[in-house]
Design a binder for this molecule. Structure first.
Ligand code: GAL
Length: 443
């Protein structure tokens, strides 16, 4: 008897009760993509020209989505998403200045109507890292024409399919994008001059503000309710050595620039960018004040900041060997999403959508735990009162990862580029589809 009880006790003591993480009713489960990364043949965009000039992998046909979008939308529907975050390619709609490619615009309209017919809410990004080449030739975000051109482009989209869209992201990752384009020289126009970044940021804010006001006005005239925001790239930036006061200071100021500059400008109407020794810029952007309805949060990574003795005095070092990483070597730090959610809501008191979160994991060996760990942190923030309205996994499909080309595999669906772009669902996606459908996660 004693032995029986002992065995019973040992068995029971090893059973841990699975915890369930329930998400709020109506939580928007979502998958995300961007046009340039999946459509293929975006020949009128500045990235296309950049690829021909620089020794990096070329996007070419990408995933061929432009041709097989309907089949892809079947997959989205099977996955059980409520929302699909997609972007429109500016250079496809306006291959030359002032002249719409009607066929392309009509295809976007068909795509959006098709999503609606399937009961999927389109979250439409107006600009995701690319510009039409003709606009880039005129100076892109530095040009005085960019603000009116962005508004004209927004009007064209809205007149075509605005009645089907109630959630817009004007610009994807504005600060990361412009830092990459003007300070670090990694994206077109490949400028490496901190003194040139002020004007593009200001122009981008003005373009956003004008588009916001126009879209809101039009929707209100037609009694439609819409919400508009940016998708912000936010990172946790930690000092490489927590004991080094310079590194602590640099990590703090880098976090301010990357994570909060744009949102602060929207809150106060004043744009302020300060990086010790290299940048000190201020501009009045009062027209942009109050022009977001939600915070889009793209979260992937924690970076460690090291102090170096030459400009810009900041170096992002590799994470220590023992921390978990993705195929791209990005440090996995789920707690970061919780910290950012808490801070963002405290600062701005706006609802948040996780507009991107995901990882490159070709073997699909850690995707499930990565997503699960991040979702638990999102759940923790929600249970503490943060208003998170949805979660988009990046990405629906494997795709063209900008400078990195095709080797990083972010997709819920694997794309076989050598076999007619064949799509295969990954095991983690089947699991995530269940989470989407049940609206809860279990340990
Ligand atoms: C984001 C970007 C996406 C995608 C993703 C994965 O910064 O918005 O386009 O590339 O990173 O690296």
């Amino acid at each position: 008897m004693k032995i029986l009880l002992l065995t019973l006790f040992m068995t029971v003591s090893h059973i841990t009760v699975a915890k369930t993480y329930k998400f709020p009713q109506g939580f928007e489960w979502c998958a995300a993509t961007s046009s340039y990364q999946i459509e293929g043949d975006n020949k009128h965009s500045d990235w296309w020209k950049f690829e021909q000039d620089v020794k990096i992998e070329r996007s070419g046909k990408a995933t061929n989505h432009w041709e097989v979008w309907k089949e892809d939308f079947n997959r989205l529907q099977d996955l059980g998403v409520k929302t699909y975050r997609m972007s429109i390619e500016w250079g496809r709609v306006f291959p030359v200045q002032g002249k719409v490619d009607q066929k392309a615009l009509d295809q976007y309209k068909d795509m959006i109507a098709d999503l609606r017919a399937r009961g999927i809410r389109p979250m439409v990004t107006i600009q995701h890292f690319t510009l039409p080449q003709w606009l880039a030739d005129k100076g892109g975000w530095e040009s005085d024409e960019v603000v009116s051109e962005f508004l004209n482009y927004t009007k064209t989209l809205n007149e075509s399919f605005g009645n089907l869209v109630d959630q817009w992201v004007t610009v994807n990752e504005p600060m990361l994008y412009l830092l990459g384009a003007y300070a670090y020289g990694l994206m077109p126009p490949l400028v490496q001059d901190w003194n040139r970044i002020g004007k593009p940021v200001r122009n981008l804010l003005m373009a956003h503000a004008k588009a916001y006001k126009y879209l809101k006005q039009d929707a209100s005239e037609e009694n439609r309710t819409i919400e508009i925001g940016f998708a912000h790239h936010m990172r946790i930036l930690s000092p490489n050595s927590g004991f080094n006061p310079i590194e602590r200071y640099l990590a703090g100021s880098s976090e301010q620039i990357l994570n909060w500059t744009i949102l602060d400008a929207i809150k106060t109407g004043k744009l302020e960018m300060k990086v010790p020794f290299i940048l000190d810029y201020e501009a009045d952007v009062s027209e942009a004040k109050g022009t977001v309805d939600f915070i889009g949060l793209n979260y992937y990574i924690r970076d460690r900041i090291k102090f170096i003795l030459k400009p810009p005095f900041i170096l992002v070092t590799k994470p220590p060997k023992d921390v978990p990483k993705t195929d791209m070597g990005w440090e996995i730090y789920p707690k970061g999403i919780y910290k950012l959610l808490k801070k963002a809501t405290k600062k701005y008191k706006l609802p948040v959508y996780i507009t991107e979160n995901g990882l490159a994991d070709a073997k699909d060996s850690i995707r499930k735990s990565f997503v699960s760990d991040h979702l638990k942190e999102v759940h923790r923030a929600i249970s503490e009162g943060v208003q998170v309205k949805g979660y988009c996994y990046w990405s629906f499909l494997d795709n063209f990862e900008w400078r990195e080309g095709y080797h990083p595999r972010f997709g819920l669906f694997e794309v076989d580029y050598k076999n007619n772009f064949k799509r295969t669902i990954r095991p983690s996606a089947a699991w995530l589809g269940q989470v989407f459908k049940m609206n809860h996660l279990t340990d």
